[in-house]
Ligand binder design. Structure first.
Ligand code: CA
Length: 657
């Protein structure tokens, strides 16, 4: 950086961080933190005012529960100071209208009302950080699954409700202004994918957004107004939201997205959908929430969203380095690949275990101080989720502090991303190996496995497996089964999953090539979507499956089949699986033709998400030289928003004797 740029940067820094926090000293470093073991590839062109955000909403409830936070030297220290010292410049805080029951008992999730936000804002400001206020406009969690109306607004018509929203947001912001909290951004609604405060039409939603935005413009004219959405992977959804906002002329500055890499598609896709919003409507964009697991282990006796196994994308190892690499890559995508990307907020990096003795001891603290995700007191307001599953923290393994409050090295990514830190290159984790072996064939284990290096590159390293030849022999002849074995590679533990499977005579049986061929698709209807899709969470196994969806009734009608020739004469079986929903009346079946004549049919159904149904023709005879056609036929009348489904894992095998 040349001197002129340096001075410009410092001036920008002074302007930004002196505003509203007169007399308070920033501890945000303006130089690189030295001595870190973390590998961080430099993110080029990072403006000084790029939002390095941390949602720390649960901190006060955590502290009330007895949690202590430390600095890198092991001294107990204000956690906001530790965040600032490592390059975080903005604290995000959620605000619920009234997260308490009639007897004043908190709903949990930090019991975050405006008074907590003021307290957090003051502590953030004291060390030089600004505040990003996240109004859920609900009495408890708002996300794509629920947008409950605050109890005080129940029964109001939209005009009255909008006025209530305006007055509410205004009064909250006045409290922040009175407390001299430097508010950098205010978001109206949280993950508002087509619903807000109980309203489910855009005509009504936009009223509420306008009301909140108006209050922000009046009280904090220099703050940005953000709207926040989730599920960037859902094709066309962001374009649709942005179009509605434009149609209704909603006054906002930032179109923000959640990005949880397990479910939310690729960074390439995120860049593409947010750039489209910038290109079309000139909006700033940012990643409002992201996080990544540094371990698969739970630490507070309350199960986590992410752990060992599970059908979701896992592009980085669950290590401290893997967590930092994800954050670095998201920062890079926003800063360098988005045309008007302004920042990244990490979600709840400070939410950790409140105790280490027992579920009962922790549960008492969650109930008393609201330091778990929900208490039983939220049951009446949110009966189907909080009412059933209330408990502790589901993201403690995605925090940037360990279970005892010590900061993880990954926290330094917010500073080191600006400068880069070329730590010595070394293996950070070993990629799992998955083998599919035909029954009774010899199991050949790989001699090398992929090490994931700390710079996120991969390189093969030799491996020693902890297994004997006799073990392998038993697995080979032990029928259909899955085995997990471990080994050692470069001083780290390697894992191999051995799947003993029946020989499958089909090609591309689970669509894992990403192509349709050699399947033949015959479309008899006019479905809006009918293609091979890459989405691990919607696949029975692997990453790919056949997808269909249609908005209109009676438009889904197709068959999908594959021909197999030159089978040896004998008996075979065929099966294929499907899941889906909203299908109305259906006619779905798996079928087998031998030389064009149907010899077997298995009726199937679709019900709800993640409930797979398998159509199986258990035995049919194939004469020498015959052409066998196996397939699935799908016809849905559709109900509500239209029928959808996923087809996966076809098998044509010889029945095992
Ligand atoms: Ca947990």
């Amino acid at each position: 950086m040349n001197a002129k740029l340096l001075i410009a940067g410092l001036l920008a820094a002074l302007t930004l961080f002196s505003a509203g926090c007169a007399g308070q000293k920033s501890v945000i470093p303006t130089e690189k933190i030295e001595g870190s073991t973390l590998y961080v590839k430099k993110v080029e062109n990072l403006p000084y005012d790029f939002i390095m955000g941390m949602d720390a909403s649960s901190v006060i409830a955590e502290e009330q529960s007895g949690v202590k936070y430390y600095d890198f030297d092991g001294n107990e220290q204000d956690v906001f100071k530790t965040l600032a010292e490592n390059g975080v410049n903005t604290i995000r805080v959620r605000v619920w209208n009234d997260p308490y029951d009639e007897e004043g008992r908190g709903f949990g999730g930090g019991n975050n009302d405006i008074d907590k936000a003021v307290e957090i804002g003051k502590r953030a400001a004291a060390v030089g950080m600004q505040l990003l206020v996240d109004f859920h406009l609900s009495d408890f969690w708002a996300d794509p699954g629920k947008q409950f109306c605050p109890r005080a607004w129940e029964g109001m018509e939209i005009e009255e409700k909008s006025e209530a929203a305006y007055q509410y947001v205004k009064s909250c912001l006045e409290k922040l202004r009175k407390a001299k909290v430097p508010v950098r951004m205010v978001q109206i609604g949280n993950e508002t994918n087509g619903a807000l405060a109980g309203e489910k039409t855009w005509f009504n939603i936009q009223y509420l957004m306008q009301a909140g935005s108006k209050a922000v413009r009046e009280i904090f004219p220099d703050a940005l107004v953000a709207l926040h959405f989730a599920n960037p992977e859902k094709a066309g959804s962001y374009a649709e939201y942005a179009k509605k906002l434009d149609y209704y002329q909603v006054d906002y500055d930032v179109f923000a997205s959640s990005y949880y890499p397990y479910w939310h598609g690729t960074l390439d896709n995120l860049v593409s959908v947010l750039n489209a919003v910038t290109d079309t409507y000139g909006k700033k964009v940012m990643v409002m929430e992201t996080s990544y697991a540094y371990t698969a282990e739970d630490s507070d006796f309350s199960g986590n969203t992410i752990g060992e196994g599970g059908a979701y994308t896992k592009d980085y190892p669950f290590t401290v380095q893997g967590q930092a690499n994800l954050v670095r890559d998201v920062i890079d995508a926003v800063a360098n690949r988005m045309k008007s990307g302004i920042g990244v907020c990490y979600w709840e990096g400070t939410w950790i275990a409140v105790g280490h003795d027992s579920y009962e001891a922790n549960s008492a603290l969650w109930q008393q101080y609201g330091s778990g995700w929900a208490t039983s007191y939220a049951s009446k307001y949110d009966p189907n989720d909080a009412g059933r599953y209330y408990g502790g923290c589901a993201v403690d393994n995605q925090a940037m502090f360990d279970p005892f409050g010590w900061p993880l090295e990954s926290l330094r990514v917010f500073n080191l991303a600006r400068y880069g830190n070329e730590a010595e290159k070394k293996a950070d984790a070993i990629e799992d190996v998955t083998l599919f072996v035909n029954l009774n064939d010899a199991i050949e284990l790989p001699e090398s496995v992929n090490a994931v290096m700390n710079d996120d590159s991969k390189q093969p390293v030799p491996v020693t497996w902890n297994v004997t030849d006799a073990d392998l022999q038993r697995m080979s002849t032990g029928g259909v089964n899955t085995y997990e074995i471990t080994g050692e590679a470069d001083g780290l533990t390697a894992k191999c999953f051995i799947n003993m499977v029946e020989y499958n005579f089909l090609e591309n049986p689970g669509f894992e090539t990403g192509e349709l061929a050699p399947w033949v698709l015959t479309e008899r209807g006019s479905a809006d979507e009918l293609y091979v899709e890459n989405k691990v969470t919607d696949s029975l196994t692997g990453d790919w499956h056949m997808h269909f969806w249609s908005a209109g009734a009676n438009t889904v009608d197709f068959s999908l089949e594959q021909n197999v020739e030159r089978l040896a004469a004998g008996h075979y079986k065929f099966e294929i699986s499907i899941m889906g929903g909203d299908a109305g009346d259906t006619e779905i079946f798996a079928y087998v033709l031998v030389d064009g004549v149907e010899v077997g049919r298995a009726e199937m159904e679709i019900t709800v998400y993640n409930e797979w149904h398998t159509g199986r023709i258990a035995s049919f005879e194939v004469p020498e030289g015959a052409v066998v056609t196996v397939g699935i036929s799908v016809k849905c009348s559709g109900s509500g928003a239209g029928a959808w489904g996923k087809i996966d894992d076809a098998k044509l095998c010889t029945p095992v004797k």
